[in-house]
Ligand binder design. Structure first.
Ligand SMILES: Cc1cc2nc3c(=O)[nH]c(=O)nc-3n(C[C@H](O)[C@H](O)[C@H](O)COP(=O)(O)O)c2cc1C
Length: 348
């Protein structure tokens, strides 16, 4: 197969995702709190992908400012990621509709009743994360226009199941809406693999952190460039009585102190020096503000350096458009090689 045919085949594979997002390529830049702001989001959309603003703990006014600033930097479509447990969710939805954001990603648990419908009635397309087949079906019944599945290889908050297993379980079961696959995708060959399994597109986070346009602190980027897959580990829960939300991040002093702190808190609880609620709060509060400290202030020793296992494939700072081009090139040459009977990447 020549290059032109391979390009056409790739376009066909993710046609549904491209049409849904309105972008040249069905590559979403997953929202990353503190990282996915106007500069990176517009660079991803201008590079042919689909950027997503991370609303995180922004107020409605801050979100409005960020959306408008992003609209100044790109005339291409982009989305907004809202965390469902945000106390001002209704107002944030209002801001997305008022500023005519085309796509809203609802993250962080099942969306409250009415949120999906309100967005749709206002003209936005709604994307929801589904951690299992049954939930994916329920979300589609509730009106989700697309589903994102994210495996435990991803950076940030994670579920227990790997991307490859979720893809095998969910892609064949959900045909009514486009499904985007996230978690552990670092190269175009893997992206192509999920498209061939039935995905309409992919979502990448870790791979975009070291983009030139990303405002992540140079220390944060250096930590990424130095790390390999095995350095990006899920947070550890020491005691089932005190749940810890699993977060994948680079192991640093902060992670070691967190484990030590858990041990001490559990010890004090067992001795009756702390009640259950106080103990749980100490554990929950440990990481408050820690992602900002790492991403913005550059404290990568005690801050939270959230990163996915694909961090080992981040080897240099690169323009966003170049990262996207590399992914496309890898997918196209893998396709061309495969069709001529050569193993992808084999010497010619
Ligand atoms: C530093 C960092 C922060 C993240 N913050 C969020 C977030 O605020 N909301 C969200 O839905 N996902 C968040 N994610 C997940 C990404 O949106 C994306 O789904 C994930 O990074 C994809 O997997 P990958 O890292 O293997 O590419 C974050 C990921 C990273 C690495």
């Amino acid at each position: 197969m020549d290059r032109k045919a391979a390009e056409a085949h790739l376009d066909e594979l993710w046609q549904r995702g491209r049409a849904f997002l309105g972008s040249r390529y069905a590559i979403m830049g997953g929202a990353m709190t503190w990282v996915s702001e106007r500069h990176l989001v517009s660079a991803i959309s201008n590079g042919g992908g689909f950027g997503v603003i991370a609303c995180g703990s922004m107020t409605p006014d801050l979100l409005r400012t960020e959306i408008k600033a992003t609209q100044e930097l790109t005339d291409k479509p982009f989305g907004v990621n809202l965390i469902t447990m945000h106390p001002a969710l209704t107002d944030l939805i209002g801001v997305c509709l008022e500023t005519k954001v085309g796509h809203v990603v609802l993250a962080g648990g099942l969306p409250p009743g009415g949120a999906i419908q309100k967005l749709k009635d206002g003209g936005a397309k709604v994307m929801c994360f589904a951690p299992a087949v049954a939930l994916a079906k329920k979300l589609v019944r509730s009106g989700a226009d697309a589903i994102i599945i994210e495996g435990m290889e991803a950076g940030g908050h994670i579920g227990p199941v790997s991307t490859s297993v979720l893809a095998q379980e969910i892609l064949p079961a959900i045909r009514d809406v486009p499904v985007f696959v996230a978690g552990g995708i670092g190269r175009g060959q893997a992206m192509l693999g999920y498209l061939e399994m039935g995905a309409s597109g992919v979502q990448l986070g870790t791979r975009f952190v070291c983009a030139t346009e990303s405002i992540a602190h140079p220390n944060f980027k250096k930590a990424f460039l130095r790390a390999s897959a095995r350095d990006a580990m899920p947070s550890v829960q020491l005691d089932p009585r005190f749940p810890v939300i699993p977060v994948r991040a680079l192991v640093n002093d902060g992670v070691k102190k967190f484990n030590e702190m858990q041990r001490q808190v559990i010890d004090r609880f067992d001795k009756g020096e702390l009640d259950m609620k106080a103990a749980q709060l100490e554990i929950e509060h440990f990481w408050a503000g820690a992602l900002r400290r790492a991403v913005i202030d550059g404290d990568v020793d005690s801050g939270s350096v959230m990163a996915g296992q694909s961090v080992g494939m981040v080897v240099k700072e690169q323009q966003t458009a170049e990262i996207i081009r590399d992914m496309i090139e890898e997918a196209i040459s893998a396709l061309a090689d495969r069709r001529t009977g050569r193993a992808a990447g084999a010497e010619r």
